[in-house]
Design a protein around this ligand. Structure first.
Ligand SMILES: [Zn+2]
Length: 309
């Protein structure tokens, strides 16, 4: 099943899991830009990780994974909201050479100065409320190791991830051990204590190639055919960009009038292309004057002739 996120639970145990396949949405991300294979693989793995985390954390908002790299990759951003709407982009350094099979360290942490932040941006933010941002240590050779460490530190939960992506598909498996005590597990009188070890051991037999080439329901069956597994309603990850003229206007406004006036003097008109979907936004002198003169952004970014009085 393509573009599916499947949650499951080991019966009578404290182990839960998720499998995700992102095919069509991943193709749409790559339509805009062709990345070197190693960059594509890492960005795809981050997409799968973002979807798995979003469904796992039950957080009503957007998860933003952002890496500022110090190697051939300058920036990687993946966003996933609570309904599994994803977007992603990567930016390479000028003239960057990426070797095939380059590791995470070689791509974004060449000099040990790469930074990885995971931001949880609530959908129902109160005015002035800031999103929660956590810095993630870039200590590992793969996206899965880095995220496993992050989950251990931030959620204190044993979490294991298997991720793989190529130009066609991005897939991932997440396993998580729930705490022994707590509301979610109080119903179990005698939980299967060994289930976590079995689940992880079996998943560890999964090869990178197998994860890339097998649909997720077949994988679930193949790995855990001896276990009693409960599956939940499948969900569907999709690609959609949340950019808008209003948001671009907001960003320009934050740069300040002086900066914008300088840019207008140089360029005549500001041409902004969305990094995630390629959509073009143009702001000429009149648009920018309105941006800084009008009381609300919504009014400022309305196309000419549609102002309300
Ligand atoms: Zn966009």
């Amino acid at each position: 099943m393509s573009d599916t996120l499947q949650k499951f639970m080991f019966d009578n145990s404290l182990v839960r899991g998720e499998l995700v396949d992102i095919s069509e949405a991943w193709r749409q991300v790559q339509l805009l830009r062709a990345y070197p294979p190693a960059v594509s693989a890492m960005l795809g793995e981050m997409m799968a990780a973002a979807a798995l985390l979003s469904a796992n954390l039950k957080f009503n908002g957007t998860i933003i994974m952002q890496i500022h790299g110090d190697g051939p990759v300058k920036l990687m951003v993946v966003e996933c909201d609570a309904s599994l709407v994803l977007r992603a982009t990567a930016k390479l350094a000028d003239g960057a050479q990426v070797t095939e099979g380059a590791s995470l360290q070689q791509l974004v942490n060449l000099h040990g100065e790469g930074r990885f932040a995971i931001t949880l941006d609530p959908a129902d933010k109160l005015p002035g409320q800031q999103p929660y941002q956590g810095m993630v240590a870039l200590d590992g050779e793969s996206v899965s190791t880095v995220i496993e460490n992050y989950m251990m530190r931030s959620e204190q939960l044993d979490t294991k991830l298997w991720l793989a992506a190529d130009l066609q598909v991005s897939r991932g498996l997440l396993l998580q051990k729930l705490p022994e005590e707590g509301g979610t597990t109080s119903g179990l009188s005698d939980p299967d204590a060994d289930a976590w070890n079995r689940a992880v051991m079996l998943a560890s037999t999964l090869s990178h190639e197998e994860l890339l080439s097998t649909d997720i329901m077949t994988l679930l069956e193949r790995l855990y055919w001896e276990e009693t597994i409960r599956v939940f309603e499948p969900r569907r990850p999709v690609f959609r960009c949340s950019c808008s003229r209003e948001k671009v206007g907001n960003m320009l406004k934050m740069l300040g009038q002086e900066e914008i006036d300088d840019a207008l003097a140089d360029l005549g008109k500001l041409e902004i292309n969305c990094d995630f979907c390629g959509k073009h936004y143009g702001f000429d002198k009149v648009d920018c004057t309105q941006l800084f003169a009008t009381p609300t952004l919504a009014q400022a970014v309305q196309p000419p002739g549609s102002q309300q009085h």
